[in-house]
Design a protein around this ligand. Structure first.
Ligand code: AMP
Length: 314
C-alpha cells in the first residue's frame, strides 16, 4: 500500500492507473477506522481495480464548539486496517495541503470556496449543525476533483450525507458514481461510529442500543400496517422517552429520496434520529436511521436496517 500526502502525487498515481485502463474506487473517511469503514473498502476492492482511501479530519465540517481537536486520529492503526482491507493508496493530506496556510482566510483555513447543496442540507443534521453539509460537500467535491474515481463509497449510516453528496456529484457533473453501503452494526444493533469511543462501555452496551430498538420497533409498526407518520412517531417516542443519559435532538420521518416531511407513509420512507448519549466527557452525539420501501399496491414493506457485524469492543 502506497501512503500519499500530496495532492499532486495522488493525481499522478490515479492518472497513471486510468491511462493503463484501471477503474478507480474511492472511500473518503476521517479515520478512526472500524468495520463500517472497512465494509466500504471491501466493496470498493470487489468492484474496482485501484482502491483509494482518504483519511482526513476535515476542519470545514466542524462547528466552533465541536470535537475537531479531540476527534480520534490513530493513523498507524488506520493504515494497517486499510491495508488489510485491500486499500492500494492511502491519501493522508495535512490541513495545509488541502486548504492552504491556517489563518490565511475563512474560518481558520485558506479556502474561500464553499459548495452548498440546497434543500437536502437544510433539515435534520443541517438544522442542528450549521455549515456541516457545506463543509462535507466542499471537501468531497475537492477530493472527487483530485481522485477522479469511477465510484465512491458512502455509508447509509450517514444517510443525509449520502443524499447530499450524490446530489452534489450529479449537479457538478463529476464522473464519480456515489454508491450507498448498508450500515454496519455492533452485536447490540448500535451503528458503528468513530464517536462511539467517547462513550463509557456501559452506555455503549445498554443505553445506545435503545436507538436500534426504537428504529426496529418503528419498522415493525409500519410492517404491521401503520401508515400515519404521527402515530409512528408516537410509538417511537414511547421507546425513547425516559431513557437515562439520553437526549433526543431530532426524530424525523421523511421521504427517503427528497427528505420531504411525510404525513402519510408510502414509497421510500426514512426514519432518522440524532441523540446525545452519556454524560460529561463520555458523551457523544449519535445518528442512525432505517429506510423502508412501502409498495402501496401490494402493501409489501422492505426494510433496510443494515448488518450486524462485530462484537464490541472491536
Ligand atoms: P467518517 O469517517 O465518519 O466520515 O465516515 C466515512 C465513511 O464511512 C462515511 O461514508 C460513513 O457513512 C461511513 N460509515 C461510518 N460508519 C459506518 C457504519 N457503521 N456503517 C457503514 N458505513 C459507515
Amino acid at each position: 500500500m502506497n501512503v500519499i500526502e500530496r495532492i499532486d502525487d495522488l493525481r499522478q498515481t490515479v492518472t497513471q492507473a486510468r491511462c493503463s485502463g484501471q477503474s478507480i474506487g474511492f472511500v473518503p473517511t476521517m479515520g478512526g477506522l472500524h468495520a463500517g469503514h472497512l465494509r466500504l473498502v471491501a466493496q470498493a476492492r470487489r468492484e474496482c481495480d485501484l482502491v483509494v482511501v482518504s483519511v482526513f479530519v476535515n476542519p470545514l465540517q466542524f462547528g466552533p464548539t465541536e470535537d475537531f481537536a479531540s476527534y480520534p486520529r490513530p493513523f498507524e492503526r488506520d493504515a494497517s486496517l486499510a491495508q488489510e482491507a485491500g486499500c492500494d493508496v492511502l491519501f493522508h493530506p495535512s490541513v495545509e495541503e488541502m486548504y492552504g496556510q491556517a489563518g490565511q482566510s475563512g474560518a481558520g483555513t485558506g479556502v474561500l470556496t464553499s459548495v452548498a447543496v440546497a434543500q437536502l442540507s437544510e433539515p435534520m443534521c443541517g438544522a442542528y449543525r450549521p455549515g456541516f453539509f457545506a463543509g462535507v460537500a466542499t471537501v468531497v467535491a475537492k477530493l472527487f476533483a483530485i481522485c477522479d474515481a469511477d465510484r465512491a463509497y458512502f455509508g447509509m449510516k450517514d444517510y443525509q450525507q449520502l443524499l447530499v453528496v450524490r446530489q452534489m456529484a450529479h449537479d457538478l457533473s463529476f464522473r464519480t458514481e456515489v454508491v450507498g453501503v448498508p450500515t454496519q452494526r455492533a452485536h447490540n444493533g448500535l451503528a458503528l461510529s468513530s464517536r462511539n469511543e467517547y462513550l463509557s462501555v456501559d452506555d455503549r452496551e445498554r443505553e445506545a442500543e435503545i436507538i436500534y430498538v426504537a428504529l426496529m420497533g418503528g419498522a415493525q409498526t409500519i410492517v404491521d400496517g401503520e401508515r400515519h407518520a404521527k402515530a409512528l412517531r408516537a410509538k417511537i417516542d414511547d421507546v425513547l422517552v425516559g431513557v437515562e443519559r439520553f437526549d433526543v435532538e431530532y426524530l424525523e420521518i421523511r421521504d427517503a429520496e427528497t427528505l420531504a416531511e411525510l404525513d402519510l407513509l408510502s414509497g421510500p420512507v426514512l426514519i432518522a434520529l440524532a441523540v446525545w448519549v452519556g454524560s460529561g466527557s463520555q458523551r457523544a452525539r449519535l445518528i442512525d436511521n432505517i429506510v423502508l420501501h412501502i409498495d402501496d399496491d401490494t402493501g409489501r414493506v422492505d426494510v433496510e436496517a443494515g448488518e450486524i457485524v462485530e462484537e464490541y469492543p472491536a
